[in-house]
Design a protein around this ligand. Sequence first.
Ligand code: DX5
Ligand code: ZN
Length: 212
Amino acid sequence: MLVAPSILSANFLDLGSEIRSICEAGCDYVHIDVMDGHFVPNLTIGPLVVKEVAKISSKPLDIHLMVENVSFFVDMFAAFKPEFMSVHIEEEKHLHRLISHIRNYGIRPSVVLNPHTTEEALKYIIEDIDMVLVMSVNPGFGGQKFIPNIYKKIQNLKDMILSTNPNCLIEVDGGINQHNIELLKEAGADIVVAGNYVFSSDDYQKAILSLR
Ligand code: DX5
Ligand code: ZN
């Protein structure tokens, strides 16, 4: 299992040292939640901060855009060369075009499903993407409770991926901890995002290893 700590739960007054700590603790990606106060009822960080994070992170960035007018933000954050850029299917009218646009930057495109969005919505885009990000909470905040019907969605998605694009990864985001990690692996998850679980622990390395 690959692990991407979400810096949403980091100490923002000490962000540089938090980023270094999770990288040294062996995370695989640094997950960055960009929120605009419109698509979700919260505001987080913009390009000035992400630019500095990109400079000091020794691990690739995994940017999750929870914003309206998403193509504008894709262009804004592409400059920081993340490994993955995830865009919500609920927001974008011209998803196929946007996915190609992300790939043209040399960034691996990923599509996000909110908890209520069916995996079948990916049928005509799954072959064009490198990852599906499955939300296991309603996006907007860290530290929320995991929604259990997500297991079935991941299983269905895994079946779809195996028959269409076996290299496509499944990432799961929200409420992940030591209690649900095994079932997520069994269901077919490849990467987990963990904010509260990692950053509220006393030992980041131990927390990351326990998920892996
Ligand atoms: C929620 C974000 C998540 C969040 C996960 O909108 O997309 O990445 O930070 O945090 P935890 O692991 O605390 O649920
Ligand atoms: Zn996220």
